[in-house]
Ligand binder design. Structure first.
Ligand code: NAP
Length: 298
């Protein structure tokens, strides 16, 4: 039926995330179609098949969601989807690979909020260390840099030139610099965290990467945040629901479920915007960050 809200979910992996399927239906999409195993080169054809089969100008009725794990690939696919529209045959597009775009947006917005509340100033000119350079860590680093902060990625597993290249490519795409260092063991982390004010843990689920001892040695630390909701916490002693809780080191802690609550609202808000905006939106993670900023109230 013309007017039915249909979401086409494109993913390079073998499966589309059930989390994203549930979010799409709960936000109001009536038909949700998963397309696993999609290559970047398939995107334009799939998008044009989706838009030409529906009445022109009905961009709110047809949506394209881009998932995956590789943030560079998702950004390429987002660009290709946006470029495939033939106005007035258009669809709304949102990318959120592994939840990284909305999670990093929620994480950085909450950190900025608590910094402002604690000291009157946000991320501008702050040294921020991001433990873990996966999808969430990379996006968080870009957002910190775009807020005027100085992010450094602390890589937790072996770094090779092949693993450095995607970081450089992602940084170039968003016009920022993303320096990195290594922090495979406590000595490496101690060196990386010296005189830092903000640390965010974006490591693999269920891995503790920052001990209470190590945190106690960071004299200037104001905020420690962690996105990992699977025990043990990424930051020792940080409750998952903590939203600006006092930690024994003197820093404030932000836990994974506090971040997850904002992430949920942001993803839902972006999906709803796809169905209601006054033009065919193409939503990237800076858009997610803008909405996260409105969602966390000072
Ligand atoms: N709170 C929320 O709402 C929410 C939403 C989505 C995701 N998450 C969580 O966010 C975190 C990051 O997600 P992601 O997709 O970016 O993660 P990911 O790809 O699973 O891993 C992130 C990074 O963890 C490090 N790592 C991998 N194996 C490790 C090991 N054995 N020991 C220590 N570190 C290891 C690596 O860092 P290097 O590359 O630096 O070596 C890797 O890039 C996960 O814990 C995920 O569950 C939370």
């Amino acid at each position: 039926m013309a007017g039915t809200k249909i979401l086409h979910m494109l993913d390079p992996r073998a499966n589309v995330s059930p989390f994203d399927v549930n979010m799409a239906v709960d936000a109001g999409y009536e038909v949700v179609v998963p397309y696993p195993g999609v290559a970047a080169g398939d995107v334009a054809g799939l998008v044009q098949d989706a838009v030409f089969s529906r009445p022109p100008g009905r961009y709110n009725d047809t949506g394209i969601f881009i998932g995956g794990h590789d943030v560079n690939l998702a950004a390429d696919m987002l660009e290709q989807a946006g470029g495939a529209m033939v106005p007035p045959f258009e669809a709304a597009v949102l990318a959120d690979p592994n939840g990284a775009f909305t999670t990093s947006a929620a994480l950085v917005a909450l950190v900025a909020k608590h910094l402002r509340a604690r000291s009157g100033a946000g991320l501008e000119d702050r040294d921020v260390r991001i433990l873990g350079g996966g999808p969430v860590g990379l996006c968080a680093a870009v957002l910190v840099a775009r807020q005027g902060g100085r992010p450094t990625l602390v890589r937790l597993t072996d770094m090779t030139p092949a693993r450095a290249e995607p970081v450089e490519r992602f940084a170039r795409r968003y016009g920022v610099e993303l320096p990195w260092t290594t922090g495979r063991d406590d000595a490496g982390k101690r060196a990386a965290l010296e005189s830092v004010e903000v640390v965010v843990c974006c490591a693999r689920a269920g891995v503790q990467v920052l001990s209470a001892d190590l945190m106690a040695q960071c004299a200037k630390l104001e905020i420690a945040a962690d996105v990992n909701a699977v025990p043990p916490a990424g930051v020792e002693g940080l409750p998952v629901t903590g939203d600006g809780v006092d930690l024994p080191s003197g820093a404030l802690g932000i836990g994974a479920l506090a971040i997850g609550g904002i992430k949920y609202q942001v993803q839902r808000g972006l999906l709803k915007r796809m169905m209601s905006a006054d033009h065919a939106v193409v939503l990237d993670f800076p858009d997610a960050f803008d909405l996260a900023g409105e969602t966390v109230s000072d």
